[in-house]
Design a protein around this ligand. Structure first.
Ligand code: AMP
Length: 281
């Protein structure tokens, strides 16, 4: 496994794979890797000859009051984990390497599907994601890129601009990896106190209960209200509890497959989760 910190170094490391027309898989991350990230790498290994994992905490996708400075940076530990799952190249550039010293005048902004959910709570966030992911795509030029359904809206945004801009690669979504108690794995779970960590699985439990209630005929608005009440009673400050179609369109009733979305804070830690609920006609 090689670790590259410059765009030139990355290009040089990828050159033999490109010359041999090998398939390149790419997994963008912000590091502090856990089993969720490693699952993406394993999926990439299944269908690609060469797998590149980027580790870059992207400043332009963080809001002014968010955790950019405190975001965990654990490159040594991440490298060890990536070696174990067969990653071929780690790309871990500096902010300077990614953005240079001259001002950036180009933005990539996906409309409509970024207007609510996390887009409403985190203005500019998805623009920051779209810009960095596009830059990384241009640097790695992968055949396949892997993203987790944990960030369902982000995955939809990436699929959208890849299609809109004819970026020549295939986006592959990977189901959410959870802890044994149901909590969706996230680098931000590390911020939780022992007590908060005990409470955190309530998100998944309330989503599961909601899915079951929907299947049993309870109304969508009642089910969403129940999730909110359960989370508030458990000590969360709820950002949103929403339902959307799988394409992120608004939905008033459980009349087709839908996705339940939660964003909620425990103390200063903002957690997100979602659950797909199938509608059997
Ligand atoms: P991050 O390092 O948080 O930017 O995440 C990098 C990639 O890993 C994104 O595509 C995430 O959706 C994905 N990811 C993070 N946590 C999970 C999880 N628990 N299950 C599946 N994918 C995940």
């Amino acid at each position: 496994m090689k670790t590259e910190t410059t765009i030139q170094g990355l290009a040089a490391s990828l050159q033999p794979a490109r010359a041999a027309r090998k398939t390149i898989g790419f997994v963008p991350t912000m590091g502090n890797l856990h089993e969720g990230h490693l699952t993406l790498v394993r999926e990439a290994k299944k269908i690609c000859d060469v797998v590149v994992v980027s580790i870059f905490v992207n400043p332009i996708q963080f809001g002014p009051n968010e955790d950019f400075d405190s975001y965990p940076r654990t490159l040594d530990q991440d490298s060890q984990l990536l070696a174990e799952v067969g990653c071929d190249i780690i790309f871990a550039p500096s902010v300077e390497q990614m953005y240079g010293s001259k001002p950036r005048l180009t933005n990539i902004s996906v409309s409509e599907i970024t207007a609510d959910l996390c887009g409403l709570q985190r203005p500019g966030h998805f623009d920051g994601v779209a810009v960095v992911v596009t830059k990384l795509f241009n640097m790695v030029q992968p055949n396949y890129a892997f993203f987790g359904e944990k960030d369902y809206q982000q995955l939809a945004v990436i699929r959208q601009f890849v299609r809109d801009l004819n970026i020549p690669l295939e986006v592959i979504g990977v189901p959410i990896v959870r802890a044994a108690d149901g909590l969706a794995l996230s680098s931000r779970n590390g911020y939780l106190s022992a007590e908060q960590r005990q409470i955190a699985p309530t998100i998944y439990q309330s989503l599961k209960a909601a899915a079951q209630a929907l299947q049993q005929g309870e109304t969508l608005s009642q089910v969403l209200a129940n999730i909110k009440a359960t989370l508030t009673a458990a000590g969360f400050v709820v950002d949103y509890v929403e339902a959307r179609t799988t394409e992120l369109q608004k939905i008033e009733a459980f009349s087709e497959d839908l996705v339940l979305f939660v964003a909620a804070k425990l103390g200063n830690t903002r957690l997100i989760d979602n659950l797909q609920v199938k509608h059997s006609a």
